[in-house]
Design a protein around this ligand. Structure first.
Ligand code: PLP
Length: 248
C-alpha cells in the first residue's frame, strides 16, 4: 500500500475514533450529571482488545492514557510495541490464569479480575519480584471481581468471600487493594446487579476505606452503572466499533 493511502486510512480512523470518543464522553458526562455525582468522579477506560496498537496510539493522541485489555498475550505484544508512550497505564480486565501472573505484573498498572486467593497469591509474588527487579515502581493495584450470580463458570468471587480476600490483599507487599469490579450476569437486569454491587462496595469500604474504585459498566449499561456509583466504565464497542470476534 502506498504511503498516501496508509496516511488516508489513519486519518479516517482518527476521525472515527475522535467522533466516537466525543459521543461517549458526552454520554458518561450526562449520566454523571443525572446521578448528581461530582465532576470527575467517573472516568472512561477504553477497552482495546482485538484492535491494533495503532488504534491505541490514536486514542493516546486524543488524550487517553488508560487502556483495558483482556487477553494476556495480545496485551503483552501491544505493550511492547507502545512501550515508549509516556504515562500510559494498562489495565488487565479479563480472566487471568496464574501462570500469566509473572508476565502481567511487568506491565499492568491495575488488574480488575482478581477472583481467587490462588490468583492473588500468584500476583503478589509476581509483583513483588517485579518491584525487586526494578520492573515496576509501585505495587500492583487490584480489584476484586465479584460474581453477581452463582455461576462459577463466568468468573468472579463469591460475595461471601470478598472480605477475606480483601484482607489478604491489603496485607500483601506486592498488591494494593483498589476496589471492586463486576460484570452483570447475562440476561440480568443491570439496575439490580449494580445495586447489589454498590451494597458490596459500601461493605468493603467500611473495612478498607482505600478501596474506592468501582469498575462497572460497559457499552450497553454504563448509565445504570454510573447511577450506582461506578468510578470507571470499561468501554469497547461504543468506542472502537464491533469486535471481529465477540467471545471474549
Ligand atoms: C470486552 C470487555 C468490556 C467492553 O465491553 P463492550 O460491551 O464492548 O463495551 C468490558 N469489560 C470486560 C471485562 C471485557 O472483557
Amino acid at each position: 500500500m502506498s504511503a498516501q493511502s496508509v496516511a488516508g486510512r489513519v486519518d479516517r480512523r482518527t476521525a472515527e475514533l475522535s467522533a466516537n470518543l466525543d459521543g461517549l464522553l458526552a454520554r458518561i458526562e450526562a449520566a454523571r450529571g443525572a446521578a448528581g455525582r461530582a465532576p470527575g468522579s467517573v472516568r472512561l477506560l477504553p477497552v482495546t482488545k482485538f484492535f491494533p496498537a495503532a488504534d491505541v496510539e490514536i486514542l493516546y493522541g486524543l488524550g487517553q492514557r488508560e487502556f483495558g485489555e483482556s487477553r494476556e498475550q495480545e496485551a503483552t505484544a501491544k505493550v511492547a510495541e507502545l512501550g515508549a508512550l509516556a504515562d500510559i497505564r494498562w489495565h488487565m480486565i479479563g480472566r487471568l490464569q496464574r501462570n500469566k501472573a509473572r508476565q502481567v505484573a511487568r506491565w499492568a498498572h491495575t488488574v480488575h479480575s482478581v477472583d481467587s486467593e490462588r490468583l492473588a497469591t500468584a500476583l503478589d509474588g509476581a509483583a513483588s519480584a517485579a518491584l525487586d527487579a526494578g520492573e515496576r515502581a509501585e505495587p500492583l493495584r487490584v480489584l476484586l471481581q465479584v460474581s453477581l450470580d452463582s455461576d462459577p463458570e463466568r468468573g468472579g468471587l463469591a460475595q461471601a468471600d470478598v472480605g477475606a480476600l480483601a484482607d489478604l490483599i491489603a496485607s500483601s507487599r506486592g498488591l494494593r487493594l483498589a476496589g471492586l469490579m463486576a460484570i452483570p450476569p447475562l440476561g440480568a437486569e443491570s439496575d439490580r446487579s449494580f445495586a447489589r454491587l454498590a451494597t458490596l462496595h459500601t461493605m468493603l469500604l467500611a473495612d478498607h476505606p482505600e478501596a474506592t474504585e468501582l469498575s462497572a459498566g460497559m457499552s450497553g449499561d454504563l448509565e445504570s452503572a454510573i447511577a450506582y456509583g461506578s468510578t470507571v466504565v470499561r468501554v469497547g464497542t461504543a468506542l472502537m466499533g464491533a469486535r471481529p470476534i465477540t467471545s471474549a
